[in-house]
Ligand binder design. Structure first.
Ligand code: THU
Length: 162
């Protein structure tokens, strides 16, 4: 038997330690929870995407009475950004979640489907995406989507001899 251990590096920050452009991005994600449509889960998520050209896109989760028809904030923001600027790499995404009466104390990390979509945006432009997850106690920063999705299935997996 052989074995490999896969590690993910999570940088942990407080808001004021981050560069101003990223603080703005996180605050945009936080603002977005107010407009989320989440009557079924009461879990309100905001996302903000920053492109390499400086364009910023925001979104929130959109639920549906037919539960699986809803979509996460991250995928809405990323798909919209890619739809508007199909040639511009994604630089960063910020995520914030609000439930009960406050933002979560410790950050939520994106679901598997959102990780897969982030990975596509990363490999598509060959440009790593910084992922910031907001909590009132701390902010998690992961340096690329690949770290969030080890043993990933990606474009090159479709080639026979990768
Ligand atoms: N949700 C997001 O929008 N992003 C995440 O990272 C986790 C989950 C949404 C989906 C659903 O509307 C609600 O949160 C509860 O799962």
């Amino acid at each position: 038997m052989d074995q490999k251990i896969i590690e993910t590096k999570v940088n942990i920050y407080h808001l004021t330690e981050l560069e101003p452009e990223i603080q703005v991005l996180i605050n945009k994600a936080k603002e977005q929870v107010q407009q989320a449509y989440a009557p079924y889960s009461n879990f309100f998520v905001g996302a903000a995407v920053l492109l390499e050209n400086g364009a910023l896109f925001v979104a929130n989760n959109q639920e549906n009475a037919a539960y699986p028809s809803g979509l996460c904030a991250e995928r809405i923001a990323l798909f919209y950004a890619n739809a508007q600027f199909p040639d511009v790499p994604v630089r960063a995404i910020a995520i914030a979640a609000y439930t009960g009466n406050d933002f979560v104390a410790y950050p939520i990390t994106p679901c598997g489907s959102c990780r897969q979509v982030m990975l596509e945006a990363e490999t598509r432009f060959e440009n790593s995406i910084d992922i910031y997850m907001y909590g009132t106690e701390c902010i998690y920063h992961i340096e690329n989507a690949g770290q969030l999705l080890p043993l990933k299935f990606e474009k090159k997996s479709l080639e026979h001899d990768h």
